[in-house]
Ligand binder design. Structure first.
Ligand SMILES: NC(=O)c1ccc[n+]([C@@H]2O[C@H](COP(=O)([O-])OP(=O)(O)OC[C@H]3O[C@@H](n4cnc5c(N)ncnc54)[C@H](OP(=O)(O)O)[C@@H]3O)[C@@H](O)[C@H]2O)c1
Length: 270
């Protein structure tokens, strides 16, 4: 597995397992167990996904030690603010059955609250309860503001990112500040597998469109966190380290940009 070094020295697997909206507890449990069986060790969740208790159960019942896993979770908007964030972290740890969180993220740049939330995260980072802290859905403006206000820069900015939403300026900015850009919805939520270029590259490399999309992210040296429900798809998404997309094909993929957002858009959030 390829790894990436965060700006605080922690190393994480470049590929993680996304867990939003997998299904009910039983379906989620089976998917997370499948991911672990396949070899994923990094799991992305959030209090908003209402599945931390399932992930906590699977990990605590695993034969693998807790330290083998990198768990990322997030504080939801209604809990933001200093006290709310502290409470949210305690609740997440209880549900995840753990006394530390590897990566804790601000889910959304909530106006008037995000800096207070960050202060709480910063304190628990300094005390060692949170091993790394980062953000999600932050624009360049939000990142600039945060960096100016805090001595602790975010390790990650988790945003929607795929060839159809190739946020090149944000990527450049994150690289310049040593913040890992983490791509959510890296499979475009399954909406573009039939695109002619993906079909063509799929034939050229003898890989599926999903594997082409994920490999594009891997070669951009960003983090990717695809979600899948069935064992076969979870496994397919894991086998992306045994081929290389040629540079012309990388360029063609990056040219697919059409500003397509499958999710929420933080542009313009003050
Ligand atoms: N921070 C945020 O605001 C935010 C927002 C959105 C997502 N996220 C995170 O990012 C993760 C991934 O994003 P996402 O779930 O929105 O979308 P995604 O990973 O781009 O796509 C997931 C969809 O693709 C399908 N799929 C997965 N692997 C496939 C394969 N090999 N072949 C065909 N179809 C496949 C899945 O179907 P099945 O499930 O039926 O297998 C599911 O419908 C989330 O789970 C979450 O952890 C974060």
């Amino acid at each position: 597995m390829n790894t990436l070094e965060l700006n605080n020295g922690l190393r994480i697997d470049q590929l993680g397992f996304g867990t939003a909206d997998i299904g009910d507890d039983e379906i989620t449990k089976n998917a997370v167990q499948s991911a672990i069986d396949v070899g994923y060790r990094r799991i992305d969740t959030a209090s908003y996904y209402d599945n931390e208790h399932v992930i906590g159960e699977v990990i605590s019942n695993s034969d693998l030690p807790r330290e083998e896993f990198t768990i990322a979770t997030k504080v939801w908007n209604s809990d933001q603010g200093y006290d709310g964030t502290l409470n949210s972290i305690q609740t997440s740890m209880r549900k995840l059955k753990t006394d530390y969180i590897d990566i804790f993220l601000l889910h959304w740049p909530v106006p008037n609250k995000r800096l207070k939330s960050w202060k709480a995260m910063e304190e628990l980072y300094e005390s060692g309860t949170l091993k790394a802290i980062g953000v999600s859905n932050f624009t360049i403006d939000h990142l600039e503001e945060l960096i100016q206000h805090s001595p602790v820069p975010p390790v990650i900015n988790q945003v929607e990112f795929h060839p159809f939403l190739f946020q090149s300026e944000l990527l450049k900015y994150c690289n310049s500040k040593d913040i890992i850009l983490e791509a959510y919805s890296p499979l475009v939520v399954g909406k573009k597998f039939n695109h002619p270029l993906l079909q063509k590259l799929s034939e050229t490399y003898n890989k599926t469109p999903a594997q082409i999309l994920l490999r594009w992210g891997i070669q951009l040296e960003i983090s990717v966190i695809p979600k899948a429900s069935s064992f076969s798809r979870i496994q397919e998404n894991f086998y992306i380290f045994d081929f290389n997309i040629e540079s012309e094909d990388m360029t063609d993929l990056s040219s697919l940009h059409e500003d397509l957002r499958t999710n929420w858009d933080p542009t313009g959030v003050k």
